[in-house]
Design a protein around this ligand. Sequence first.
Ligand SMILES: Cc1cc2nc3c(=O)[nH]c(=O)nc-3n(C[C@H](O)[C@H](O)[C@H](O)COP(=O)(O)O)c2cc1C
Length: 174
Amino acid sequence: MSLVRLVYFSRNRLDASRGALADRVTEILSASVANNQRADISGGLVFSAEWFAQVLEGDRIAVVETFARIQRDARHGDVSTIECRLADTRRFGFWWMAAAGWSPQNAALFRQYCGSETFTPCRLDGDAACDLIAAVLHHQMNTPAQSTAPHWLSAWRNPDAKTAAPRSRIVTAA
Ligand SMILES: Cc1cc2nc3c(=O)[nH]c(=O)nc-3n(C[C@H](O)[C@H](O)[C@H](O)COP(=O)(O)O)c2cc1C
């Protein structure tokens, strides 16, 4: 198998009101997890009301086929590939897919990687996009529950990761 990692960003065309956005992302995640599990694709997704950035990793053919479906999806648009390259190991092997949204609680991470507290993925190269997605997902996984917590949903690919991350949790409410 040739392992590849593909990173892209796109414009969010989902309903931007907060509760609705969380529900719509949950729908995307449900289908993604089922499909990615079948295709042995791992990855992560970060979103705001304006943007998505996603990393997909797995066998080259499986990733190309999945990305072709994703590009046709009307729930987002202006899909721009940041990078697609061969990888030695999976960086997001914990999850079939996990998603977290921008929030005031994690805005500092966006400032660190995007140069502003808003999510501006067009400024990111492949490494920075992967670093941001990993940082936001790990921050969310380890943040105690708050009423203002951003949307967070994951499905573990590696069950050991659950015990390796003692404060991890799965929350689907926005
Ligand atoms: C931002 C975004 C990310 C998505 N990520 C994935 C993904 O990781 N895997 C996947 O199979 N589908 C993903 N989808 C959904 C696909 O576009 C498509 O709707 C789905 O794969 C169709 O699956 P189905 O034929 O089983 O209904 C994503 C869609 C959007 C808008």
